[in-house]
Design a protein around this ligand. Sequence first.
Ligand SMILES: [Zn+2]
Length: 293
Amino acid sequence: MPAPSRPVRWAELRPDDFRARLAACPVACLPLGLCEPHGHVAALGLDLIKAEYYCEEAARRFGGIVAPSQGYHIHECGFHAPWLEEVVGEENPFLAALPPHVMTRLFLYQLRAFANAGFRAVIGVSGHAGGSQEDLRRVANAFTARTRLPVVVKTDPEWVAGRFRGDHAGRYEISQLLAIRPDLVDLNLLRRQQEPGSGGRLALGEDAVEATAGEGRAINEAIIEAIGAAVRELRDAAKDHSAAPLLTYADMEAIWSALGGDNAPWHSASPKPGQPPVGEASRWKPCEHATLS
Ligand SMILES: [Zn+2]
């Protein structure tokens, strides 16, 4: 039996091991994803499962520590709403979604936790793409401006832009999961959407039938390499940074207020110009505009 690999997850490290990994490479890697439908063929947590895999493999090969996962994400509102109406319809989508003002505030406090634990840089790897990463980057930039701690947030297709084209539950994503967790994909269910009462398409991409584990491995390796390059760069840059003072709640609230607080104009809070309005009777209507006032 092969020797078990050394733990790289924050949750699995003892204090001495945490200190040693931090001293060697003070970079936190945060997997971000959620549960949402990827057709009948694939597990709901595809976005989270791949983000965790990329962070763990990158930490194992290049250093750093994998932070506890953020398994809920912005969805359902703004530009997501008409898309969901189109590709899921009125089915229960089994979503683990948060509104932008909750997710971004949580993310801000997650960054504080990383800084106070001694990390000198953060990489957020989001398996959920589509635009909400813009809001996380807004928070990240505000946090960096205040603390000088660099934070990189990219969705998995953004790590390999120009080499692979991301999709939702199509050839790209189903290939990714086939390579990571083949037990969580069943391509025999590709036609299940045609059966009455099945729930229909459930956001399956039209070219999912072309997915292969081989293509998934190529995509996944390219993503891990790209994250690795960022880990090395941030690790080397961190040598010049001295330890930061402890960040307080007040420090975070000052950043939050400067961003606009709960009613900040989050990118994910509104549909994009030109998107058709959600139908009045749709389950997606109440969250189409994620504003509090
Ligand atoms: Zn996905």
